[in-house]
Design a protein around this ligand. Structure first.
Ligand SMILES: C[S@@+](CC[C@H](N)C(=O)[O-])C[C@H]1O[C@@H](n2cnc3c(N)ncnc32)[C@H](O)[C@@H]1O
Length: 244
């Protein structure tokens, strides 16, 4: 719908919900082990809000296949749902590297992969800022999914770019790599700083996250090495391409 404002497309939350369900019903199907894992986490865990949605996952799979993605870094593994989606997208001969600071979450994720016979995911426990530089090898990655601590997005982006210089013999990301960043609109708080709703444990955390996301979004839009499309869907998703 050309020039339509997003707020005027769906006049009620009910209509937005119906449209989402319809879109889901008319998109590619996900394998059952993925939808079942999503449902199990949603039913059993009180931190399941951190999950990406099944519809967003279809976009990830679509993009991975369109971009020829075989190697992905999943920054913010949580209990392994998004990594499981990437594992499906890249196929058994691909590789997903999941980075997670919590050894408890990583253990749950690893167990989920083992019990489902998924063996193309490797996990690294620790602060992603420390793990990312260790991933440079002979074979660059094709894609990154940023979904960990929002305040560190600018640092993660700076690392990805500085470890993927055109003149370098070894680089972390290949030219043309895809970076997908989740939560870039943060419930509308990024475009509207006057919002008073708060989902954060403290004002300090809120301010840190929002400041980090704003800096990240501004950098992506301004950096000549990057091409970005920010989608105002879900919690805001930026699709970023490394040009060189
Ligand atoms: C929103 S959740 C990720 C959800 C996951 N991508 C999915 O959709 O299944 C964010 C995760 O990032 C992890 N995290 C937070 N800070 C981190 C850091 N500095 N390094 C690595 N992981 C971190 C959290 O423990 C949490 O599991």
């Amino acid at each position: 719908m050309k020039n339509a404002e997003i707020s005027t497309i769906y006049s009620t939350p009910d209509l937005a919900g119906k449209s989402h369900a319809y879109a889901e019903g008319h998109s590619m199907q996900l394998p059952r082990h993925i939808t079942e894992y999503h449902a199990a986490i949603s039913a059993e865990r009180n931190d399941s809000l951190m999950l990406t949605s099944n519809l967003q996952s279809r976009l990830h799979i679509f993009l991975a296949r369109a971009f020829g993605v075989k190697r992905v870094i999943d920054v913010g593994l949580f209990v392994g749902y998004s990594a499981m989606v990437w594992a499906h997208a890249v196929g058994p001969d691909g590789l997903v590297t999941g980075l997670e600071i919590s050894d408890e979450y990583e253990r749950v994720a690893r167990n989920a992969f083992v019990t489902r016979g998924i063996n193309n995911v490797q996990t690294v426990v620790g602060d992603a800022g420390k793990s990312i530089p260790t991933l440079v090898s002979e074979t660059p990655y094709d894609a990154v999914f940023l979904d960990a601590n929002k305040e560190a997005y600018p640092d993660y982006l700076a690392q990805l770019l500085s470890l993927s210089k055109p003149e370098s013999k070894q680089r972390l990301l290949r030219p043309g790599a895809l970076i997908i960043a989740d939560n870039v609109l943060r419930w509308g708080h990024i475009p509207d700083p006057s919002l008073t709703t708060s989902y954060w444990a403290s004002e300090e955390l809120k301010n840190k996250e929002l400041e980090g996301l704003r800096r990240f979004n501004d950098t992506c839009a301004a950096d000549p090495r990057l091409e970005v499309v920010m989608l105002p869907v879900w919690d805001g998703v930026s699709l970023i391409r490394l040009l060189d």
